[in-house]
Design a protein around this ligand. Structure first.
Ligand code: PLP
Length: 357
């Protein structure tokens, strides 16, 4: 039996992407590798129709956190200051990265169930500024909440700050208006909404932001990576196979209709899960209009602990995801990223029936 991954990455691969891993062995100092790297970089910009004169997609061999770390450590200039909007595990991680690198920062803390409080963010911008950047997680995977980039971006613009976005679990599936939201950069990875494999991550950055970058980290130095990649180079040995898969996944993404089609596909699957679980007495934690289409949180059914639910579903071929921290006793999560279709969700709901009988 094939196991379907309903965790937020790595995802269930399409056969096409899986087969792409079997292409010829390739030295990363050969022109064929640079063709691959160039294609990945160009296709990443085209996901959001970004102009290569203003934007650069910078690849690295890392998981999503590596890309976020590279973005934060590089794009806040030496004399810059960062405001971190924190309403979940991944926002907290950004704070920890800022702390680790000795970057001047303030964090506006929220309960993990709460949406960003614009009044408190604005008060912090006024009281503790000037800030060069505000960092926010677009889709806070902790709960499935989609944070409102446009409104935070408008606050940034009014305060002369640019937005640094953890788009790891939204890039490719949720709309991002890069100009409207005053974005300096978005960090993401191949193995979530783009349907590649783990090992290739990237930051899409404004060229202007790269020019003002600080060099706080050696391996993850974004400006150096950008400069070498623009010259068809690379400083270190990249995960060549993950790049093969990323390029194939991006070709498939385009052929399937790009961002809008992926958003619509996820939205339909998420609604199928939501309504199916609701009719079985399992409630969504957040209202649909505050949630991403990528992942949703659900209240654990009465009398069934997470382990029982997880193990029972796994025996029937589905891997679901626990809540993090204190939320683990309260909720479970289901992501519909990856090669998953409506018939798979019907089978998942059948598996819930068999466990809840
Ligand atoms: C998955 C995820 C990450 C990165 O996790 P890795 O394990 O490093 O790939 C970062 N931010 C968000 C919002 C995520 O969902």
């Amino acid at each position: 039996m094939k196991t379907l991954l309903l965790n937020p990455g790595p995802v269930t691969l399409s056969d096409r992407v899986r087969q792409s891993l079997l292409q010829p062995d390739l030295c990363h100092r050969e022109s064929e590798f640079y063709d691959l790297q160039d294609e990945a970089r160009a296709r990443l910009l085209s996901v959001y129709e970004l102009d290569a004169r203003d934007w650069s997609a910078v690849l690295m061999t890392a998981s999503g956190t590596g890309a976020v770390e590279s973005m934060i450590a590089s794009l806040v200039p030496r004399q810059g200051k960062l405001l971190v909007v924190q309403n979940g595990v991944y926002g907290e991680r950004i704070t920890n990265i800022a702390k680790q690198y000795g970057i001047a920062y303030e964090s506006v803390l929220h309960d993990w169930m709460q949406a960003p409080d614009l009044a408190r963010i604005e008060a912090c911008l006024d009281a503790n500024g000037p800030f060069s950047h505000v960092a926010i997680v677009h889709h806070e995977t902790t709960t499935g909440r989609l944070n409102d980039l446009a409104r935070i971006g408008a606050l940034c613009r009014a305060h002369g700050a640019r937005l640094l976005v953890d788009g790891v679990s939204s890039f490719g599936a949720e709309a991002i208006d890069f100009d409207e939201a005053n974005v300096a950069a978005v960090a993401a990875t191949a193995n979530k909404c783009l349907h590649g494999v783990p090992g290739a991550a990237f930051v899409v950055a404004r060229r202007e932001a790269l020019e003002q970058a600080a060099s706080r980290t050696y391996y993850l130095d974004l400006a150096r990576l950008a400069k070498l990649q623009a010259q068809r180079g690379t400083p270190f040995t990249p995960s060549v196979h993950a790049y093969y898969a990323l390029v194939e996944a991006l070709r498939e993404f385009d052929e399937q209709g790009g961002l809008r089609a992926r958003h619509a596909r996820y939205a339909a699957l998420a609604e199928q899960v939501r309504s199916g679980l609701a009719s079985r007495g399992i409630a969504s934690i957040l209202p649909a209009e505050q949630s991403s289409v990528v992942l949703r949180s659900y209240a654990l059914p009465a009398g069934i602990g997470y382990e029982t639910l997880h193990d029972g579903l796994k025996r029937q071929g589905f891997v679901i995801y626990a809540g993090q921290g204190d939320l683990s006793k309260q909720l479970f999560r289901i992501s519909t990223m990856g090669e998953i279709n409506a018939a798979d969700i019907d089978r998942l709901l059948g598996a819930f029936d068999s466990l809840m009988r």
